[in-house]
Ligand binder design. Structure first.
Ligand code: TYM
Length: 332
């Protein structure tokens, strides 16, 4: 069976973009693939985070996976730092990754900002650890949102570099799976910026834990333009906020975008927003409720992570033995 690997950083505020761009698609894929879903806690250390917040967020992302319908029996759910081979392989791959490749990464440029000399080595090496996450399990497919495309191309390049250097085909080149109607959910405050955990305005995003009132308020306040809703998908190109809200509606309702556009054509935003808020509150309310129930029993969540880590570690150890042998690391 082809194998999927994907992950989310436990850095607080899981939002609608994470859900529609990633988690929701994973739920569908678990029937047809051997799936490994990770909570990438080592990646979360690349930017400052409080220890208590990291622990809490790690459990919360785990709860979100399960609450959204990922079955921890069928899939492997674990946190990255429980399997030491991620960092080991990250080092080996880092030795094969030219700086020029890393210098092109737009996420590093955005996150490091102007003061690049003060950005951490971990933030710079971030995509190499991500490649290690995927390649350690010899995953063939990686379902992510659009913002991860460049990192995945790098993962493919790194896999290719390893295979060429050691004259092997040990690593499959991982295939990105970017699909669905909401591969790039945008900020509610600015339709040209992606919805993000790190946006300072909480009004920019719908968090998975927001209640119906918070969702309604945020959608009511969402930026729009003064015209009524368009009657054709082509008109959306010049209207990023309308495009984003209609796209979210289509994704949540599981309807094709043209059908949704046709239904709301010529209506005003306030009507549409009320319907969108109701739809979002129903869809996310179920998940939020289930997350709350799971979070009330952290020991249960930790047990899922421990069991997942045991299963992941078994695969990782076996693959690391081959990798060590390929590169000449003696394991006497
Ligand atoms: P992260 O934690 O930033 O995001 C997790 C997932 O959510 C998707 N996503 C979005 N999709 C649509 N619209 C948005 N506004 C939006 N924001 C986020 C992301 O594309 C991602 O799929 N580097 C990864 C984590 C990672 C990983 C991996 C992923 C580490 N190792 C190995 C896959 C495979 C990240 O920062 O995701």
């Amino acid at each position: 069976m082809p194998r999927i690997f994907s992950g989310i950083q436990p850095t607080g505020n899981l939002h609608l973009g994470n859900y529609l761009g990633a988690i929701r698609n994973w739920v569908q894929l678990q029937a047809d693939y051997d799936c490994i879903f990770c909570i990438v806690d080592l990646h979360a250390l690349t930017l400052p985070i409080e220890p208590a917040e990291l622990r809490q967020a790690t459990r919360e992302v785990t709860a979100a996976y399960i609450a959204s319908g990922i079955d921890p029996e069928r899939c492997i759910i674990f946190n990255q730092s429980m399997v030491p081979a991620h960092t080991e392989l990250g080092w080996i791959l880092g030795c094969l990754t030219p700086l020029g490749w890393l210098n092109r990464m737009t996420q590093f440029k955005e996150k490091a900002g102007k003061d690049r000399d003060n950005a951490g080595l971990g933030l710079y090496a971030y995509p190499v650890l991500m490649a290690a996450d995927i390649l350690l399990y010899r995953a063939t497919h990686v379902p992510v949102g659009e913002d991860q495309k460049q990192h995945l191309e790098l993962s493919r390049d790194v896999a290719g570099a390893f295979n060429r250097r050691y004259n092997t085909d040990f690593f499959p080149l991982p295939e990105p799976q970017i699909f669905g109607t909401a591969t790039r959910v945008m900020s509610l405050r600015d339709g040209t910026k992606k919805m993000s955990k790190s946006d300072e305005s909480d009004y920019s995003r719908i968090n998975l834990t927001d209640d119906a009132d918070a969702i309604a308020l945020k959608i009511r306040r969402a930026k729009t333009d003064p015209a009524p809703l368009p009657s054709a998908v082509a008109e959306l190109e010049a209207r990023p906020e309308a495009a984003n809200l209609l796209g979210i509606y289509a994704a949540l309702a599981d309807e094709p975008l043209p059908d949704v556009v046709a239904r709301f054509a010529g209506r005003n935003f306030s009507d549409f927003k009320a319907e969108l808020a109701a739809l979002a509150a129903t869809a996310l309310g179920k998940i939020a409720g289930e997350m709350k129930r799971l979070m009330a029993d952290p020991a249960q969540i930790d047990a899922v992570l421990r069991r997942g880590a045991e299963r992941a570690d078994a695969i990782a150890r076996e693959n690391m033995r081959y990798i060590a042998d390929i590169v000449g690391l003696l394991r006497p």
